[in-house]
Ligand binder design. Sequence first.
Ligand code: ATP
Ligand code: MG
Length: 264
Amino acid sequence: MAILEVNNLSAGYENGYVIEDISFLLDKGEFISILGRNGSGKSTLIKALQGLLKNISGKVRAEGKDMFSLGPRQIAKKIAYVPQMFSLSFEFSVKEIILMGRYIHQRRLEGTSFEDAKIIEEIMELTEISFLKEKKMAHLSGGERQRVFIARALAQDTPILFLDEPSSHLDISYQVEIYQILQRLQEEKGKTILCTEHNINLAIPYSQRLIFLKGGKIYAQGPPEKLITEKNIREVFQTDVDIRENLHSGLPEISLISKKEKKP
Ligand code: ATP
Ligand code: MG
């Protein structure tokens, strides 16, 4: 069953649309990755899906409800969003930022419950940031901040998660770990996940489906086994790559072609 239905979505800013005629379905419990060059419209698409842009046409339905007629609180109960750029005040502590994810579950004047405190402790352990909890956001590294914002989205406990480049700023160990956490949430809790990602080899093993965006339009969508071809990568990214089989997963993997000749 589709949890998210996107029909003929076009959206952009004051100077016009930057994504056009986007249609796709996201099944409940599915993991989908949006891939495309810088400026191809990935972040714009993620924002448009949540009704965050004014210049917009088309339809988006989440759990059967028209997204553009829902209020911010109703949307926040369905979708947690980790943006690519954060404009939040850095005066907050790690714990305070993650608690913000619980606000939509709290009644007015009720404050933080024992249950909320327990949930955020668990999430801080899962994302390995417990040791940072009293620290101010301003005093964290880029990768630590990224993990805090992912933790906040998890604390929101929504059926759908949108993550705009979750692996940016993370070292290779945390890149794999974050994707494993997302996969666990998908498999054990049935969460539906949509990510944008520049590391194609990271997206391949975790995604049931990929969407290639090119110039604001869908160039192709389908399972990684079908979509990851030298031709598609050349068309979408204007770069030549070799495609091999990953030793562990048997899935395709791209290998960048370095211009530098290997010494004999
Ligand atoms: P990246 O991989 O660099 O994150 P992206 O695929 O997420 O790129 P978007 O951020 O969606 O790309 O941008 C798509 C286009 O829209 C770009 O040409 C960009 O310059 C333009 N754009 C983005 N934000 C705005 C804005 N606030 N006002 C006007 N144009 C914008
Ligand atoms: Mg972006």
